[in-house]
Design a protein around this ligand. Structure first.
Ligand code: 2AM
Length: 553
């Protein structure tokens, strides 16, 4: 079970306290809701074992209570290149901060979610795990790391850690029964929805291909709120699949078992396995097979590995480091293809029969071949009007319009970051919200990349939009970005924020979101006539009161 003596003693401690009921706080930090899902499931199982559970999201958790906790199960995801999800930022900062308490009386476990295509896989979970140890808390179980295909794994790992908390008998049989009967986290049904419309939003000559896609959900029993995302099941490009099969000399019609179904190898490679991305675990498993000294030295060098993996697909790997691969090997090496998430760009109140998404197609040339992003490529190249897509709604409670319709709203969404704001605007129109709306949009060129231009200008004309401030970065020599437009309007932005406006940010996480937040702090400092440090504190307050919300990727 991976526990040491000390942990066993702890466990016995718990068991020897029959009088008082065991209490466990299940604390989750989530971005897309997966951690929430797992935390809920863990709570359910704990309760069924007579444990008293306090299930709480990190933003709602009073960190001053941490020092009094006895049993803590943390479920947390990692965002992008190893950062905490927004909802976990404060908790993460608190345990690393000066005010972090000693936690000698605490038993804890961590379930970490992540995406193994990133080098810093599950970093936030590991940060929290290591820091809780440093603060003197006792790990009741080793950290559990779950990849994007966690739904397969969670059923076998969750009972193990839960039994440590509940102090229950941990016989393998009990765990297995649990695994088969109780631990199903993936219960939401997928729905087939017909593609009603598919429009390329960029003009001829653009560097970009952004598609507006409308899906029919009439009578499908689906509802959603502005801010929610759509999960889409995608398929791999058959050309890439055939390239792989040819390279490996495998028979496409070989029958294999996958998720309890029999399929041909070709079908499975199209629908079930990830081949457009090579993750570090995948290349490591492949290296064991290939026994190639060049490949071995590559995987030992993190920086070089990262550089190599950037943009490479599985066929690149096969071409660069040839070796014999059996059907069985393939099944062992490849990761399951996860569903993809897109911010919904329509409002249910405005049109309950449809759901819209705005998809930026990822396409590039590498090693003399065309490469595509898996789902955007699928939606851009394969899917046509009249086709059916498998979809379901993914709630996003961290990105919500103010309940009070009179509150002003500032939205910053360059590129496909515009998507949720189209939904916000439709919603504000549908419910007749009186609060003013101000949109900042940016992209490369006015001529070809002003997404939803007609709609947005119409909204400005009819007053739904107070203004749409645009930044076309490449229409002039020097770059103009949305944050420059924010700065130009600094005095008014500051006024709005002072007056209680909500500020929303959506789009690129790595550069844009960081720069915009920095600019916002500068605006607060300049127009509030306070130091940058004080402005940063003020910004934190705005954020904790949920008047700053972001959905970045
Ligand atoms: P660029 O591609 O010309 O650099 C949407 O992709 C828009 O965001 C583009 O105009 C892009 O400009 C811009 N962008 C790139 N980096 C950015 C940053 N750090 N801050 C704000 N916008 C950025």
């Amino acid at each position: 079970l991976g526990i040491n003596n000390e942990q066993v003693e702890r466990l016995v401690d718990i068991q020897q306290a029959p009088e008082s009921q065991i209490e466990v706080t299940v604390l989750y930090g989530t971005h897309t809701g997966n951690s929430h899902l797992i935390a809920e499931k863990a709570s359910e199982i704990l309760k069924s074992k007579g444990v008293s559970v306090n299930l709480v999201g990190m933003p709602d958790y009073n960190v001053r209570k941490l020092k009094d906790e006895k049993n803590l199960l943390v479920v947390v995801s990692t965002h992008g290149e190893g950062e905490p999800p927004v909802s976990a930022e404060d908790f993460h900062a608190f345990i690393y901060g000066k005010k972090a308490p000693k936690l000698e009386g605490l038993n804890f476990g961590v379930v970490a979610l992540g995406d193994s295509s990133y080098i810093n896989f599950c970093k936030t979970g590991n940060d929290i795990y290591n820091q809780l140890l440093k603060l003197g808390a006792k790990n009741i179980h080793d950290i559990i790391e779950l990849d994007v295909d966690f739904k397969d794994q969670v059923e076998s790992v969750l009972p193990g850690i839960i039994n440590q908390f509940s102090g229950n008998n941990t016989s393998g049989e009990a765990i297995n029964n649990q695994a088969n009967t109780v631990v199903k986290v993936d219960t939401d049904q997928w729905v087939e929805a017909e593609v009603l419309e598919k429009v390329l939003l960029n003009g001829r000559g653009s560097n970009k291909a952004t598609y507006h896609i409308e899906l029919d959900i009439e009578n499908k029993g689906i509802t959603y709120e502005p801010g929610d995302a759509l999960e889409v099941i995608s398929k791999n490009n058959p050309v890439l699949v055939d390239g792989i099969l040819t390279k490996l000399g495998l028979d496409p019609e070989t029958k294999i078992q996958i998720q309890g179904q029999e399929k041909s190898l070709r079908e499975a490679l199209i629908a079930n396995y990830e081949i457009t991305v090579v993750t570090p675990p995948v290349i490591k498993k492949y290296a064991e097979l290939a026994q190639n000294s060049k490949l071995n030295s590559l995987i030992d060098d993190q920086e070089k590995l990262k550089e190599y993996l950037y943009g490479s697909d599985f066929l690149d790997l096969l071409n660069d480091f040839s070796t014999e691969v059996s059907v069985n090997d393939l099944q062992n090496i490849l990761r399951k293809l996860p569903a993809r998430l897109y911010s919904i760009s329509s409002s249910y109140e405005y049109n309950p029969d449809e759901v819209h998404i705005t998809v930026g197609a990822v396409k590039y040339h590498l090693n003399d071949r065309e490469h595509q992003g898996v789902c955007s490529g699928f939606l851009a190249e394969e899917i046509q009007i009249g086709d059916e897509l498998l979809i379901r709604i993914k709630k996003n409670e961290g990105f919500r319009l103010p309940e009070d319709h009179n509150v002003k709203v500032i939205m910053v969404g360059p590129g496909t970051g515009i998507a949720p704001f189209r939904s916000f605007l439709q919603q504000r129109e549908a419910v007749g919200a009186k609060g003013e709306n101000w949109l900042f949009f940016g992209d490369q060129y006015f001529e070809t990349d002003f997404l939803y231009q007609t709609e947005l200008l119409k909204y400005r004309k009819n007053g739904l939009l107070k203004d749409v401030s645009v930044a076309f970065s490449r229409d002039q020599e020097e770059k103009i970005y949305v944050q420059h437009r924010l700065r130009e309007n600094g005095a008014l932005i500051y006024q709005w924020i002072k007056d209680g406006a909500y500020f929303y940010l959506c789009g690129d996480m790595n550069r844009m979101a960081k720069d915009v937040k920095k600019e916002l702090v500068n605006i607060i400092a300049e127009h509030g006539k306070i130091s940058v440090r004080e402005a940063a504190d003020y910004f934190k307050e705005v954020k904790s009161s949920r008047r700053f919300q972001e959905d970045v990727y």
